[in-house]
Ligand binder design. Structure first.
Ligand code: ZN
Length: 168
């Protein structure tokens, strides 16, 4: 039996910690949780993350820094919009709005998360860019487990849990 490596149609389980290279701040980590499992080669992950661990074996550790083009892309100024504050009246009846708050808008193409960046009496400025857009990201990754994907996983384009089919 040949040893599996990270490659297309493999389900990889990894532990990872992501930090911002400019200040070392941890923005995400699997520490203290189950490893993250994903189907390689099906755009489940940001592009650079997969590219950097391709060919790795179980037990290997990698550390790398991705520029924004290989991570969450550049910021798009068009993705920032002003929404009349009146549209938030129903929400504001239950909770107060704050700058930095993350909300989800129901858009024609599906739910879209945004961050409130400016708040005035009349308007809410909503930034639909990913919070990590435009940033370089450093990842430390350890390969925990590799296995062949099932036919179901390959046709769905994502990894299933250890107990068979489950969707997030
Ligand atoms: Zn599925």
């Amino acid at each position: 039996m040949t040893e599996l490596t990270v490659s297309a149609d493999i389900v990889a389980s990894v532990h990872y910690t992501g930090t911002l290279p400019e200040n070392g701040e941890v923005f995400d980590s699997s520490e203290g949780r189950e490893p993250l499992s994903f189907l390689v080669g099906h755009k489940q992950m940001i592009p650079g993350f997969e590219e950097e661990i391709m060919g790795s074996k179980v037990g290997e550790k990698k550390e790398f820094t991705l520029t924004s083009e290989r991570a969450y892309g550049d910021r798009d100024d068009e993705a920032v919009m002003e929404i009349p504050r009146a549209q938030f009246a129903q929400l504001e009846a239950e909770a107060s709005l704050e700058v930095g708050m993350q909300l989800v808008a129901q858009m024609p193409h599906g739910p879209s998360p945004f961050t409130i960046t400016v708040l005035t009496d009349d308007a809410v400025t909503a930034d639909f860019n990913h919070a990590l857009a435009g940033k370089s990201l450093t990842f430390a990754v350890e390969i925990i487990e590799l296995r062949e994907a099932t036919d179901d996983e390959k046709s769905h384009g994502h990894a299933h849990g250890p107990d068979g089919h489950h969707h997030h």
